[in-house]
Design a protein around this ligand. Sequence first.
Ligand code: FPP
Length: 231
Amino acid sequence: MKLPIHVAIVMDGNGRWARERGKNRIFGHKKGVESVRKIIKHSSNLNIKYLTLFSFSTENWNRPKREVDALMKLFVQLLAKEIPELYKNNVKVIFTGRKTRLSRDLLDKMENAEQVTKHNTGLTLVFAFDYGGRQEIIDTCIEICKKLKSQQLDFLDTEEFSKHLYLPQIPDPDLIIRTSGEFRFSNFLLWEAAYSELYFSDVLWPDYDENEFDKALKNYAERERRFGKVK
Ligand code: FPP
């Protein structure tokens, strides 16, 4: 089966999953962490090379403070707890997004995760945290303007632009999955998604599992990608 090299996921539906059970949204996020674990492990077993998980967007700061605090805490706990296991499974962990608004504690955990796993050669796991596609494009433009001004750059095309994104070493996603029956990008990988295949699942993220992921992979394998050309 033709596998995507890079899969990116918008993990959506934690809140609705919790509400359906008469619980608060944070309960849904906690359950969502279990799906995160399952999909990382499964991707690693399938030899997928890159997995990007949309974990906290630049707009998620606008949620109630209690929820934002809970998501920050969950992420700190996840990184504190899972890194030894990820290391053992040859997973390399990296992050994309802004670092300026995150707590020292979280930044330390992120740095530690990157440091500990940097020589691993299996799955590269990218957590998009305080990530926004528009912000990434603006930050990229700022970098490029500085280079133009200092005459380190005198030419710009799409290839050159891509070299100044947050993670220029990571190829564009081949497949973007969004769960919970919503059909939006929500500011995820706007530049990188130009030729990604899109797959939407009705399943809410806390119920998302290996089977659902396999359905997306199977569907991807049947698609013909033309990148604007004719076959
Ligand atoms: C969307 O559900 C999910 C998020 C806001 C972020 C994803 C968070 C997790 C999977 C849990 C924590 C994991 C990490 C890696 C920190 P939603 O709240 O938008 O659900 P709704 O659309 O049903 O309200």
